[in-house]
Design a protein around this ligand. Structure first.
Ligand SMILES: O=C1O[C@H](COP(=O)(O)O)[C@@H](O)[C@H](O)[C@H]1O
Length: 236
């Protein structure tokens, strides 16, 4: 059973400071241990404060590779692109940012998944850190209910990214996606989840309780993870 520790904070600023400090620590340790750090971080709106706090840290960004945990199949400068977000925050710092999306495959999500996977084969694995977000519907990265659910969760272990068509489509970001697979996410040396709000907390608690029987992507993912997981939460 996954070992899970919850860290609750009074506000989003305190949470961001703590998470940024922990990420910076993992990055420094990885650079010291093997000359570079490879970390996967979420898109969506929750991480913005964390990324701001991270920018204030003294980090040798040229030795850092950043990968979105997932991305929407939109052009790389679209406001909904997780790659675009990472580029905006960290591009000027000299970090290497790997896009899961090849613009040539935006109209073909399965092909986009294959191309994303091929890119990921060019870096060393496992990742030093996976920081996950979670939607209020219980999706994490872009592992969603739908025709690609099993493939993302229990597909071949050597597959690191797959294309996903959420069903139902999330109303706030109705796009096909490319996501890191459960195998790629759960192989990371350090795993954390960052969520805010009471609703997400309830969803996550129930998903953890339900374990392998959970209908939520986050519950199914966590049920199969052997690395301890830290969950960071605040109410707003
Ligand atoms: O679509 C996505 O949603 C989740 C959660 O986003 P949030 O805005 O509710 O924080 C995010 O973790 C994922 O990376 C993103 O692509």
């Amino acid at each position: 059973m996954t070992e899970i520790e919850w860290w609750d904070f009074d506000g989003a600023k305190d949470l961001a400071e703590q998470v940024a400090g922990d990420i910076a620590f993992v990055i420094e340790s990885a650079i010291e241990a093997h000359g570079g750090a490879r970390i996967a971080v979420p898109g969506g709106s929750t991480p913005d404060l964390i990324y701001k706090a991270l920018l204030a840290k003294d980090i040798d960004w040229e030795k850092v590779t950043l990968i979105p945990t997932d991305d929407r199949l939109v052009s790389l400068d679209d406001p909904s692109s997780n790659y675009a977000k990472l580029s905006r925050f960290f591009g000027a710092k000299g970090a290497e940012i790997i896009s899961l999306v090849d613009e040539s495959a935006i109209g073909d999500y399965k092909q986009a998944g294959r191309l994303g996977d091929a890119r990921l084969a060019l870096i060393d694995w496992p990742l030093d850190l996976v920081c996950l977000g979670m939607g209020a519907d219980g999706h994490t990265a872009s592992i969603f209910p739908g025709p690609d659910f099993d493939n993302a969760l229990t597909g071949p272990r050597e597959r690191r990214a797959v294309g996903v068509r959420p069903d139902p489509m999330p109303a706030n970001a109705p796009y096909d996606r490319v996501t890191l697979t459960a195998a790629a996410l759960s192989s990371a040396r350090t795993i954390m989840i960052v969520i805010t709000g009471d609703e997400k907390k309830r969803v996550l608690e129930t998903a953890i309780e339900d374990g392998p029987l959970s209908s939520k992507p986050i519950g199914r993912l966590l049920a199969d993870i052997e690395t301890p997981v830290d969950i960071f939460w605040c109410a707003d």
